[in-house]
Design a protein around this ligand. Structure first.
Ligand code: MG
Length: 397
């Protein structure tokens, strides 16, 4: 496999993996665990729900993730063409204005930045978009895509609000993928860039620190940064998770709430590690499955609901750390709880997708009792197409 083929597998795994988690959780986003279980049975929601058009629908999380990806791509292309470049987060903010126009129904009068906006009318669907994302974007004057660049964009230094919702973290995985080491777009690093991209709509540190962490982790997994620290040249998910936290501690030293952020991330790891399956000895297979599920749900509820950024990230880290090689089980656990199921599903899918790659996800989907039908995910071929487009510009020098 060439390096480009390997990266393609990781890019697809991360983006489609995230979309699968989002689509799995979207039908139960606003349901309590009790109501999920009473509706879907004692093991909760287990498979994609196929809607009236014959596909499983993803939500605003995947929509905004795709806009992040195409904003960066468009920015790289524009900078190459014009010979001047802005900060990556500025291109991303233009892409988010495109997304806002899809949601506000102002497509006809909107001055678009991304190809994605122009070509994909399917993204105009209203999928419970976050109020904070909508209102913060509507309040900013981004201006035109040409210099001089607007300085009215919200940032970590000049926050527009104090929101810490998970809308900042659930959309930034492409930053981890696309900030290839050595490429000019990577100058500020994935953590800082994703922090700024989240701060466009979420000004509280607990809104942007989780985004910074997710992009850093995805970047480490994508570019195999920690292989030297593990045996046999393989990527060790826990090593990369720990190193990503070290980078956040260093990059954001002195930021309010950083200690609390560290605490909740470490709590998630501890719960994932401590979960003791000895209690399950002697139980029948079916009982065991239910007991394990109950244990995971208890742990997730102990972390939180995932409506705020740090909880959504920590829940995803719990699921990924607990089932690093079992994509389905990790996603099922990630969505069956009382909190923000589509966002925790999306982030878990981003992380494990980058870790396992698309081919591994596809292989797992073909196994018995693992019935996710990837082709039933809406727009999946278009997601593949846009992900390939992003990879193309990242691989060019
Ligand atoms: Mg959503």
């Amino acid at each position: 496999m060439t390096e480009k083929e390997r990266l393609r597998d990781v890019f697809h795994g991360c983006i489609i993996g995230g979309a699968l988690g989002d689509a799995l959780g979207y039908p139960v986003e606003f349901q309590s665990y009790d109501s999920i279980v009473s509706h879907y049975g004692e093991r909760g929601i287990q498979d994609l729900v196929i809607r009236h058009k014959g596909f499983a629908e993803f939500s605003d999380d995947t929509q905004m993730t795709l806009f992040t990806m195409d904003g960066l791509r468009q920015g790289i292309l524009r900078a190459e063409y014009k010979g001047v470049s802005a900060k990556p987060e500025w291109y991303i903010s233009l892409a988010y204005q495109d997304w806002l126009a899809t949601q506000e129904g102002t497509r006809e009068t909107h001055n678009s930045f991304t190809e994605l906006f122009r070509q994909e009318k399917g993204l105009d669907e209203w999928r419970a978009p976050g109020n904070t994302c909508m209102s913060a974007l509507a309040a900013q004057n981004v201006g035109s895509p040409n210099p001089p660049y607007s300085n009215e964009i919200y940032s970590m230094e000049h926050p527009g609000n104090q929101s810490k919702g998970c809308g900042g973290v659930m959309r930034v995985a492409p930053i981890g993928l696309m900030l290839r080491p050595g490429h000019w777009i990577s100058k500020d690093g994935p953590a800082h860039t994703a922090g700024q991209a989240a701060a466009i709509t979420h000004g509280n540190p607990l809104g942007y620190l989780p985004a910074a962490y997710l992009a850093e982790l995805v970047n480490r997994l994508t570019y195999r940064k920690d292989v030297g620290d593990s045996e046999e040249g393989s990527v060790d998910l826990m090593v990369s998770m720990q190193k990503a936290l070290d980078v956040i501690d260093e990059t954001f030293a002195g930021t309010p709430s950083l200690d609390y952020f560290d605490e909740i991330v470490e709590k998630a790891w501890r719960l994932a590690e401590e979960t003791n399956e000895k209690e399950l000895e002697g139980l029948l297979e079916a009982q065991k499955r239910v007991e394990i599920m109950n244990m995971d749900v208890r742990n997730i509820h102990a972390i939180g609901g995932g409506w705020v950024g740090e909880e959504a990230l920590a829940i995803a880290l719990y699921c990924a750390a607990r089932y690093p090689y079992d994509f389905h089980q990790a996603l099922r656990i990630a969505v069956n709880h009382s909190g923000d199921s589509d966002s925790t599903g999306a982030i878990t899918g981003n992380i494990l997708g980058a870790f396992l790659g698309m081919k591994e996800i596809e292989a797992q989907c073909k196994e018995e009792e693992r019935p996710f039908a990837i082709e039933k995910l809406e727009m999946v071929d278009r997601i593949r197409f846009w992900t390939d487009q992003a990879l193309e510009v990242v691989m060019r020098e």
